[in-house]
Design a protein around this ligand. Structure first.
Ligand code: CP3
Length: 341
């Protein structure tokens, strides 16, 4: 069985030989080969140059034979940029947007028409990757959820809990709905083009889902995730990652996606019970284990597999992105533990 077959079988919850595995942000500062490339270039240049994006995407697959999927090297913030709001990394860490949006006048400055057309470098990178990987490895694309992208656009950058964005959703819901509708259109078209370019599956990152509770989460986030899904083919292979929202697994599963990405705060068995329908789960080792001893992380990985209780609908991953201080020998030990089953 190839990695790609294994990955697609897990998404469909049909039996296969072993749990497929990839790691969120498998590219990144924990890899010396990534740091070496970045020393000669910079993040945004690498994102925008298909040959470099392909190279960074493939680096972890060359190092770790156990990886079953490649995830495109890019960023969720390319959509705001294509709409007319660029981004950069602050020297002290974190993300700064070129400007923040808070009024109808600000919305009028965005360029929603043809936004997805301005991201041809992404489709080119995917096309090259598909050619390179053939049918051996799965290829993943991704986008931010409308809500998570709105958080960066309204806040004007990264934040712990996005207070401005939450306040504006309350004080000017009409503005927020217009912004979210426009983002949903752009994200849907962007993901359609990623599938066309050869992605086997796409992940939607609702990284800041937990900023919203209950009815607000439904109104300002889930509704627009559904708007994206409605514009994709009915059987589109989508992994929905809503960080901090495992307690709402039933609502997430009700979107109809074949797979939920799960953070490390709730066992997979519990999420499965809450989900209320058979669904593939991706996750969910605590990323902090990757900074510690290989044996402890491998034991953690085995617990995740045991907790999944042999359900064929499981893709092994971390519960969030890998951090720059992850240890390579620990990553190796986790991948070996998963491959050994
Ligand atoms: O797994 C992969 O390597 C795929 C590529 C990928 C990146 N970003 C590359 C990246 C993916 C899937 C993302 C998604 C992304 N980007 C999300 C959603 C996932 C999540 O983390 O919840 C978000 C919120 C972003 C925005 C973003 N980009 C943040 C918060 C950061 C960290 C900023 C900081 O101060 O460190 C980034 C940078 C980023 N994106 C890196 C990589 C490899 C690190 C770049 C570097 O330091 O060289």
């Amino acid at each position: 069985m190839t990695s790609r077959e294994r990955f697609l079988a897990a998404l469909r919850r049909v039996p296969h030989d072993r749990t497929p595995v990839w790691i969120m942000r498998q590219a990144g500062r924990y890899l010396p080969e990534y740091r070496a490339l970045k020393a000669k270039s910079d993040f945004l240049h690498m994102v925008r140059t298909p040959d470099l994006a392909v190279e960074v995407t493939l680096q972890p697959l060359r190092r770790f034979a156990q990886l079953d999927a490649a995830i495109l090297f890019s960023d969720i913030l390319v959509i705001p940029e294509a709409l007319g709001v660029g981004y950069r990394f602050r020297d002290e860490g974190g993300i700064a947007m070129e400007r923040s949006l808070s009024s109808a006048a600000d919305l009028a400055t965005l360029r929603p028409e043809g936004a997805a057309d301005r991201l041809t470098y992404v489709y080119e990178a995917l096309t090259l990757l598909r050619r390179e990987l053939g049918d051996r490895k799965a290829l993943l694309g991704f986008a931010g959820s409308p809500w998570t992208l709105a958080c960066y656009l309204v806040e004007g950058g990264g934040s712990e809990d996005f207070p401005r964005t939450k306040a504006l959703a309350k004080s000017d819901p009409a503005f927020m709905h217009r912004l979210l509708g426009l983002l949903a259109d752009a994200v849907a078209e962007y993901l359609r083009r990623q599938f066309q370019a050869g992605a086997d599956a796409v992940q939607i990152f609702d990284s800041w889902a937990a900023a919203l509770d209950g009815a607000d989460y439904e109104e300002f986030s889930l509704r627009y995730v559904r708007a994206v899904l409605e514009r994709l083919p009915k059987d589109a292979k989508v992994i929905l990652y809503a960080k901090g929202k495992s307690p709402a697994a039933a609502a997430l599963a009700a979107t109809g996606v074949p797979c939920l990405g799960v953070d490390w705060t709730m066992p997979l068995s519990r999420v499965r019970a809450l989900a209320d329908r058979p669904v593939c789960l991706q996750g969910n080792l605590d990323p902090v284990l990757m900074t510690g001893e290989p044996s402890a992380a491998a034991a953690g990985a085995r617990s995740v597999l045991v907790d999944n209780a042999d359900d064929p609908g499981h893709i092994f991953n971390l519960g969030h992105g890998i951090t720059p201080d992850a240890r390579i020998e620990t990553v190796q030990a986790v991948l070996e533990a998963v491959a050994a089953g």
